[in-house]
Design a protein around this ligand. Structure first.
Ligand SMILES: Cc1ncc(COP(=O)(O)O)c(C=O)c1O
Length: 412
């Protein structure tokens, strides 16, 4: 099913997805836990022998079944909300290995993080620094903080995925970052422990991160000269995956250079990969409801759409698509669209595929990251099911939503 796998393998996993579809219905996400574990282990094995901590970016996929693996593999987590922090707690991820990023943390979320004694609250504005200080003071604690500096480096697979440009809402400008450290160093409710940055997501060229890391190391040295000694050099996430079947970024070269830089300032290197670890472990499966012709095009209307997988509509993302057919079929140029009342509701446009028929299953590959987590109940469509596959067996890890779920907590 996944680019790079042989025909036999493709056939086996296709049958498995068809069996699952027959039992749980469509649409659903399937996560291959063995693959997720392998991705984590390969990433860890490739890291140079320097003090480091990999904090899985929970935003990429917060399914508890995956977070349990993150915990079991000894990884930390990068969270961006109180909800993600709570899910990490449930999954057994140690608070001391959790960093809390995010440009808009509410007071209650900051308090929860300080109370949980996480590794660091990564502050993104001077006001937020003051709020963390106030929360820590109120709780009688000292809050470890990291300052997220805006690297002023553009990078990311789409303009919405670039977070490190000069006018970005993320992080602090260099002068403000210096001020944040100065304030934190003289505030007995705060313990400045780290410097963090994040350039963007879906980076196939890691050069922008390395450039940002050089700048961060410069700032780190400046701070050290001013007597501010830090522990964590947090280079964020962003490693891209090859949705088009091309080359993946050179992960080893990237980690080697970051490790060298972190080593040069005697820091612990923190990395926050999300997509790289979980993207290839997920497949979104939907069924063709109708096939029609319009304006000379073949349109296959599926039961899953951008309410389930937003990436194509939001970023023009192109996932590998497999039509699960038993035998060879005529191929044609096809649009795969969803059931929603939006023209942007598509899974793939202009693809040459085996001509879909009503009832066919479609597998949207490399859908483990930023898939289900971005889904919604738009058009009052319940959230789809999730299943996990592990060592030849599978189970439902999250039931399909129901109509009751749609009105829970609602009062007419
Ligand atoms: C601060 C931070 N860390 C990590 C990530 C994870 O990025 P990715 O899934 O591309 O590795 C993001 C994503 O936007 C982020 O903003």
């Amino acid at each position: 099913m996944i680019a790079g796998q042989g025909a036999g393998e493709r056939c086996r996993s296709g049958h498995r997805l068809a069996t699952i579809a027959a039992e749980v219905g469509t649409p659903f996400y399937a996560y291959d836990l063995d693959r997720f574990r392998e991705r984590i282990r390969a990433f860890e094995a490739g890291l140079p022998d320097v003090p480091h901590l990999t904090c899985y970016a929970v935003k990429a996929n917060d399914a508890l079944a995956l977070l349990a693996i993150v915990a079991a593999e000894g990884l930390g987590a990068d969270v961006v909300s109180g909800g993600e922090l709570a899910k990490c707690g449930k999954a057994g991820i140690t608070p001391a290995s959790i960093v809390f990023s995010g440009v808009g943390k509410r007071d209650d979320e900051i308090r929860a993080a300080v109370e949980a004694e996480i590794r660091s609250v990564n502050v993104e504005s001077l006001e937020e620094l003051d709020e963390v200080s106030a929360a820590a003071r109120q709780l009688g604690r000292v809050a470890p903080i990291s300052v997220r500096v805006n690297p002023d480096v553009a990078g990311g697979g789409h303009e919405y995925l670039a977070t490190g440009g000069a006018a970005s809402k993320f992080g602090l400008e260099r002068a403000d970052a210096r001020e944040a450290f100065r304030r934190a160093a003289t505030d007995d409710a705060l313990d400045p422990v780290g410097l963090s940055f994040h350039v963007g997501s879906q980076l196939l060229d890691t050069e922008p991160v390395l450039m940002a890391a050089e700048r961060a190391a410069e700032l780190w040295r400046e701070l050290a000269d001013a007597g501010i000694r830090l522990r964590d050099f947090d280079a964020g996430g962003g490693l891209g995956i090859a949705y088009d079947g091309g080359a993946e970024p050179d992960v080893q070269a990237y980690t080697a250079r970051l490790a060298e830089l972190a080593g040069s300032v005697e820091a612990t290197l923190i990395l926050e990969p999300g997509r790289h670890l979980v993207g290839p472990a997920g497949t979104f499966v939907t069924r063709v409801l109708h096939v029609k012709r319009a304006g000379g095009r073949t349109i296959a209307v599926c039961d899953g759409g951008s309410n389930d997988l937003l990436r194509p509509a939001l970023y023009g993302a192109e996932h590998p698509i497999t039509v699960l057919v038993e035998r060879e079929r005529e191929r044609a140029l096809v649009d795969l669209v969803g059931p929603l009342c939006e023209s942007s509701d598509f899974l793939a446009l202009d693809r040459t595929l085996p001509l879909p028929r009503r009832g066919d299953l479609i597998a949207v590959e490399l859908a483990g990251a930023y898939g289900r987590v971005m889904s919604s109940t738009y058009n009052a469509r319940p959230l789809c099911a999730e299943v996990v596959l592990e060592q030849g067996s599978w189970r439902v890890s999250r039931e399909r939503g129901t109509y009751d779920d749609l009105i829970r907590n609602e009062r007419p």
